[in-house]
Design a protein around this ligand. Structure first.
Ligand SMILES: Cc1cc2nc3c(=O)[nH]c(=O)nc-3n(C[C@H](O)[C@H](O)[C@H](O)COP(=O)(O)OP(=O)(O)OC[C@H]3O[C@@H](n4cnc5c(N)ncnc54)[C@H](O)[C@@H]3O)c2cc1C
Ligand code: SF4
Length: 523
């Protein structure tokens, strides 16, 4: 066998033929390495849709590598002797293939980077880790932006990104004369509802995906989630179709209804592109360019296009910078000292709270919930309940098809749970049930009343909101952005405070919020 010069390690979220790991690839002396391993589905209790998303996309990418004439060593999950973890499988393959060095595009996750470095060191092999140029900015760019700042704020980073990459800029100024169009965005649907929303792009599973579905159903039978409606894009061609459909059909109203919710429909005017982006089937540059072109051609209003560009060029790049400049300590942060367990019904949807039941059921059904459901329904509830951030993190990382740690962790632990004490956002996002009532009709079909903070019909969100303010009163009073909310606590009588306390204790015990059999069957 001719000597193998480089073994190019490709992970399940690096499915890009143009990735830096392939620079100088020479099919006569190099080969690609990919492996499906159980550990990636078990280190958190990965849902069936998420595992299928990754494995189906990997198998289709293996076919694309074959077509591109790049030799590939691919281990399937059910291959005899599968090492079970990336490290064990790579170690075994190094012994067999004897490469002179390992090459890879920088991994997205700290855990995986450490594991591969350890394998290279143990095998005494050079490891060439290359910049991940999928992103607009490098981690070094973000570190330079962060240096010397007392506090990080997405808005400043985003404006720098707009200027540096010349996106929606004209003569050094933002197109339209302002950076932010939030005032035009974020409406609710109103009583008439969303009407006919263009349906999401769906892709019937082909033979390769069906094989993966069968494998996951048997190998991970007890894992959460369902696969009957799996229709995600798992190839680059499908991802491009999804992008085109979004820009053509939903982008014009994306901004306006970004924060709206509607029972039974998580898709609405959202892009549904996060999984394709995170697995690198799509490049953020082409996504941003398509949205900007839609504005230039008069197809989509500036407010919507700016709102969308802000998510990709701003938030997505910002959370990656936070992750890599804060890890590994970030994973351990818990400034609010939250120690409650995640309610077991997060894994089943068995709650009698209408908004949560909807978000959880859709999550388990599709591996998807939109941003406002993640932030202001599931995340809001765990924050105010006081669930240990690591447990919340493990849930979010497990259930969504787009979940990879570099993007999930700062969103969960930082933006949603405020466990980082303000690195991601300047204050905890807390609200009563009235916020959910304003943004959706959920409360109309719920047995709880968002206006009540105590008593038998009190909405658990409203109870927990007041309980949260009371529990963290001293710390929150120091935050100027929270001062107004905290001052309202002083208006409560001792008896009112006690009633909130008692009701919150009942919610924490699970006496409230957990669906009983009779409640479930009457719904
Ligand atoms: C608690 C919590 C956990 C989250 N976990 C993940 C995760 O694991 N993976 C993930 O990709 N996103 C995560 N997000 C961010 C966001 O909710 C999803 O990106 C979005 O809902 C995906 O659906 P979409 O493609 O329809 O997005 P849209 O709402 O249509 O937005 C367009 C795109 O912008 C990007 N984007 C939007 N918001 C964010 C954000 N806050 N951070 C990073 N990128 C963003 C995504 O690439 C998304 O595809 C999380 C948010 C919260 C509050
Ligand atoms: S009343 Fe409370 S629990 Fe019920 S849907 Fe409204 S916000 Fe959710």
């Amino acid at each position: 066998m001719a000597e193998l010069r480089s073994l190019i390690v490709v992970l399940g979220d690096q499915l890009d033929l143009d990735a830096s790991g392939f620079d100088d690839f020479d099919a006569s002396v190099d080969a690609v390495w990919m492996a499906e391993v159980a550990e990636e589905s078990t280190h958190v209790w990965s849902s069936k849709p998420r595992t299928v998303m990754f494995l189906a996309a990997m198998r289709h990418f293996a076919l694309a590598l074959q077509h591109a004439g790049r030799p590939l060593h691919y281990t399937r999950l059910d291959a005899p002797g599968n090492g079970g973890s990336l490290a064990a499988q790579l170690q075994a393959d190094i012994l067999r293939l004897k490469p002179a060095r390992l090459v890879m595009t920088a991994p997205g996750d700290w855990r995986v980077l450490e594991a591969i470095k350890a394998v290279a060191a143990a095998s005494k092999l050079p490891l060439d880790i290359r910049e991940d140029r999928h992103f607009f900015s490098s981690v070094r760019d973000f570190a330079a932006h962060a240096q010397g700042r007392k506090a990080l704020r997405m808005e400043y980073f985003y404006r720098e990104q707009r200027k540096r990459h010349d996106v929606l800029m004209q003569d050094g100024e933002p197109v339209g004369g302002q950076w932010n169009f939030d005032a035009d965005n974020r409406a609710a649907f109103g009583a008439a509802g969303p009407g006919t929303v263009p349906p999401r792009a769906k892709f019937e599973p082909d033979a390769t995906t069906r094989e993966v579905i069968a494998l996951v159903n048997s190998r991970f039978a007890r894992h959460p989630g369902r696969l009957e409606s799996f229709a995600w894009p798992v190839t680059r061609a499908q991802a491009l179709q999804s992008l085109q459909a979004f820009v053509r059909e939903r982008l014009p109203l994306f901004g306006r209804y970004q924060d709206a919710m509607w029972p039974g429909d998580p898709w609405l005017y959202h892009a549904h592109l996060s999984a394709a982006l995170n697995l690198k089937l799509l490049n953020p540059r082409e996504v941003v360019a398509a949205a900007v072109a839609a504005h230039r051609e008069g197809h989509a209003p500036l407010a919507s296009v700016e709102g969308f560009v802000r998510q990709i060029l701003g938030w997505r790049e910002y959370v990656r910078g936070v992750y890599w400049t804060q890890m590994p300590g970030y994973l351990e942060r818990n400034v609010l000292e939250a120690e409650h367990d995640l309610p077991a019904w997060f894994w089943t949807g068995a709650t009698d709270m209408a908004c949560l039941r909807d978000a959880l059921t859709q999550t388990l059904e599709h591996g998807y919930a939109n941003h406002i459901q993640r932030l202001m329904v599931t995340g809001l509830y765990t924050l105010m309940l006081g669930v240990q951030p690591k447990q919340v993190h493990a849930w979010y990382l497990a259930v969504y098809v787009d979940a990879v740690e570099w993007v999930e962790l700062p969103n969960t632990l930082g933006m949603s749970q405020y466990a980082d004490g303000g690195v991601m956002g300047s204050k905890p996002y807390i609200a009563t049930g009235k916020y959910i009532q304003r943004m959706s009709p959920h409360c109309k079909g719920c047995r709880y009343d968002p206006a009540q903070r105590s008593g038998d019909s009190a909405c658990p969100f409203t109870t927990l909101y007041w309980d949260f303010l009371m529990r963290h009163e001293t710390a929150l009073a120091r935050n100027p952005r929270m001062a107004l909310q905290v001052r309202n606590v002083a208006r409560l009588t001792d008896a009112q405070k006690q009633a909130v306390h008692d009701r919150a204790a009942a919610v924490r015990r699970g006496d409230v919020g957990t669906a009983t059999m009779s409640a479930r069957s009457s719904e």
